[in-house]
Write a protein that binds this ligand. Structure first.
Ligand code: EPZ
Length: 420
């Protein structure tokens, strides 16, 4: 038996859809919480499978995890034990590598299995390792596991060759207890990094420059528990905004920070989407004018988010003319194109790029989510397509979109899960 998502396309959507807490903040904040000597309460946690994998890892280390409400987690490290993280849960998500920085920072010793995660092409962690070594750690790689050890961690000046989100967060977590000052230059500026820094500063860390390319961390002796509310998920929000642009008659997306979506909102206006926004929501109205093609190049924040490239590609199959999509983050992140072409799209792949020839009529069929955001693109395409679309391997979608079937059904979509 396999669980699939089925969508009967062509229906216009109306109503309000609420965005959940940010997955890519959550998967950093939960590991960061282990740096505290005390209870950390985080609210606004999305109900997604990645959170369950992280809970399994925490409980394996005898961290006490309670969930007073479905969107709240309390992490108590009083009886925590720094065990080798070689359990299956570690391989279920790439973000388990944040335990490298957190455990190195707290215990100066970590054993952890190589991270897992979406199949987006090469996903090295050389920049993370470079940062840990600069702080004084020795790194060994043995039989699929990383072993990180340090007599002590000393502040250093670290330049990132690429503004890597993961490396920025991992290094700053290792640096919070280092002696002296650490500078991370060419740091990534994503909102999820700012959210992680806000949590750590509430715990007593001394980190400045979040959201800029230069982050300064002054090491401290001890971090305490705290309370924190997670930022909304800008990628979930962006996915639903794109979906509303595709099939919305009048759709409101609430719990949004528009500043986090500047690049997407500009692109959608460029192609002719009737979009307005206030301080915490975005409103889409159907237009009778067909959308125009556009060119998109993915960049680190505040540029166009690579995680919104696949969903936008699905929408651009309906635009008039040729849209050129260029990936500067993950050169192979185009597996969704072959699935969209199965539905009638006309997408031609090039080096780290794709050209979407539009408009094309999409017809429902059997397609496969090859990764989380490909799954999102197929949901957008399924809502547009004539007939029924069956999406396989939907576990990818459940990693990052809380209650997607319920949320879209509430907008009038004919979408349901089925065991086949
Ligand atoms: C984060 O991944 C996100 N994941 C990704 O979202 C997102 O696509 C990506 O940032 C870019 O925005 C989480 O936050 C859990 P990177 P991360 O380090 O940290 C290269 C989703 O769909 N690189 O910024 O792994 C790397 O190969 C996921 O929610 C190195 O070369 O991204 C890639 O080309 C998918 N060496 C580029 O940098 C390194 O040591 C971006 O990677 C690290 C990265």
């Amino acid at each position: 038996m396999e669980e699939v998502i089925k969508i009967k396309g062509g229906k216009l959507l109306n109503g309000t859809i609420r965005v959940s807490g940010a997955k890519n903040a959550t998967v950093a904040l939960i590991p960061a919480a282990v740096l505290a000597y005390g209870k950390v309460k985080i609210v606004g946690i999305p109900n997604i499978s990645d959170v369950n994998s992280l809970k399994d890892i925490l409980e394996y280390m005898d961290v006490k995890v309670t969930t007073p409400n479905v969107d709240e987690i309390v992490i108590d490290t009083t009886n925590m034990e720094n065990k080798p993280l070689v359990i299956d849960a570690v391989s279920k998500l790439r973000a388990s590598y944040y335990f490298m920085g957190a455990l190195l920072g707290k215990y100066k010793h970590v054993v952890i299995r190589m991270p897992g995660g979406c199949n987006l092409g090469p996903r090295p962690i050389d920049l993370h390792i470079k940062g840990f070594e600069a702080l004084g750690a020795k790194i060994e790689y043995d039989n699929g596991n990383y072993i990180l050890t340090a007599d002590e961690l000393t502040g250093a000046n670290i330049y990132l060759d690429f503004a890597s989100v993961g490396a920025t967060i991992n290094i700053l977590m290792a640096a919070v207890y280092a002696k002296g000052r650490t500078l991370i230059e060419n740091a990534a500026r994503e909102p999820e990094i700012i959210d992680c820094i806000n949590l750590l500063n509430k715990m007593g860390a001394r980190i400045r420059g979040g959201g800029t390319s230069t982050i300064v961390i002054d090491g401290v002796e001890k971090l305490d528990g705290c309370f924190h509310e997670i930022i909304p998920d800008r990628i979930e929000a962006g996915t639903y905004i794109i979906l509303a642009a595709a099939m919305g008659e009048h759709v409101i997306i609430e719990n949004v920070i528009p500043y986090h979506l500047d690049s997407l909102l500009s692109k959608l206006k460029e192609i002719g989407v009737n979009i307005t926004f206030s301080f915490d929501q975005v409103e889409i109205y159907k237009t009778d004018t067909p959308y125009e093609c556009t060119n998109v190049k993915t960049m680190p924040f505040p540029g166009y988010a690579t995680d919104l490239q696949a969903p936008l590609t699905a929408l651009l199959t309906q635009a008039i003319g040729n849209s050129k999509i260029t990936e500067t983050i993950y050169s192979e992140r185009f597996k969704h194109c072959q699935e969209l072409n199965k539905m009638g799209a006309n997408i031609i792949l090039g080096p780290a790029s794709a050209t979407v020839v539009g408009p094309t009529k999409l017809t429902g069929g059997n397609v496969k989510a090859t990764d989380l955001r490909c799954g999102a693109a197929l949901v957008v395409a399924g809502l547009i397509a004539e007939g029924t679309t069956t999406i396989h391997d939907i576990y990818h979608i459940d990693r990052g979109y809380e209650d997607i079937v319920a949320k879209l059904s509430a907008l009038g979509a004919d979408i349901y899960r089925e065991n086949i």
